[in-house]
Write a protein that binds this ligand. Structure first.
Ligand code: ADP
Length: 257
């Protein structure tokens, strides 16, 4: 189905873990070409919001739409399913790919095999086609020469570049990045940010949770500040970082600006 609306839309999305209401009615729309960063104190629900967008967590209030199609639905119970079954959830979220904080590479597979696996297992691509796509994605992040290495032989920065290649090989229309540099040694952060910057320059649509404020200020088209499961402020980085409207955002930003 063609859709000219947002690639991703959250309407009043709520989520609880037991009695802890982690998301308290989030609204967000992401259009093609936008780079939206989620910032906010630890525990404010940023990662949970990102995981709900990809249905790695089921949300339990509101709606999430991907290219106009409902991702699951708000039923009466906590267990959220798509009314037409799990296969449709996989189909609806196909335009998305995710980069994880802890890379989540398989230790027993080579770099190339790690990037091929979702193509062969998820997309049912032939091994030859998968290898071609994976090779191109590894070249894009500068990791082709390590194609035959196992993850344990790589630095954290290199592992995360492989994690990014694995997501890119899926040719997503929207890339979700969950604190992609927070597990890295400080001297490895820059190489990963450079890869993300290059993707941004190529027009990749992204939603990223990050604690790298100066990076967020540079690459975002929109910054969303969350606290206690709610969006407190959002806007263009120049406005949001220079003219915070709320005391919460002012005090959150104080250490950086
Ligand atoms: P942030 O990314 O902003 O640091 P999170 O989304 O990781 O926030 O966490 C928000 C809240 O949800 C925290 O209170 C956290 O303890 C809780 N939480 C996250 N994941 C789970 C889970 N799987 N089970 C129970 N509580 C969780």
């Amino acid at each position: 189905m063609m859709s000219n609306g947002p690639i991703l839309e959250l309407r009043n999305v709520g989520k609880s873990f037991g009695s802890n209401r982690v998301l308290a009615g989030i609204n967000l729309a992401v259009n093609a070409g936008e780079i939206v960063t989620l910032i906010g104190p630890s525990g404010s629900g940023k990662t949970t919001a990102l995981r709900c967008m990809n249905f790695l967590e089921a949300y339990d209030e509101g709606e999430i739409l991907i290219k106009g199609q409902l991702l699951g639905y708000s039923g009466t119970g906590r267990e959220l399913k798509h009314r037409d079954g799990a296969g449709l959830i996989a189909e609806v979220r196909r335009p998305l790919a995710m980069v994880f904080q802890q890379f989540n590479l398989w230790p027993h597979l080579t770099v190339l095999e790690n990037v091929c696996a979702p193509l062969v297992l998820g997309k049912k691509m032939s091994r030859d086609d998968a290898r071609k796509k994976a090779t191109a994605a590894l070249a894009q992040v500068g990791m082709l020469e390590k194609a035959q290495a196992r993850p344990a032989r790589l630095s954290g920065g290199q592992q995360q570049r492989v994690g990014i290649a694995r997501a890119l090989a899926l040719e997503p229309e929207l890339l979700l990045l969950d604190e992609p540099t927070s597990a890295l040694d400080p001297e490895r952060v820059e190489e990963v940010l450079d890869v993300i910057k290059a993707l941004a320059n190529n027009g990749m649509t992204m939603v990223m949770v990050t604690h790298e404020m100066s990076f967020a200020a540079k690459i975002s088209s929109r910054v969303v500040f969350m606290a206690d499961g709610s969006v407190i402020e959002s806007g263009a980085p120049a406005t949001l970082f220079r003219q915070p409207q709320t005391e919460r955002l002012k005090s959150f930003l104080a250490p950086w600006f």
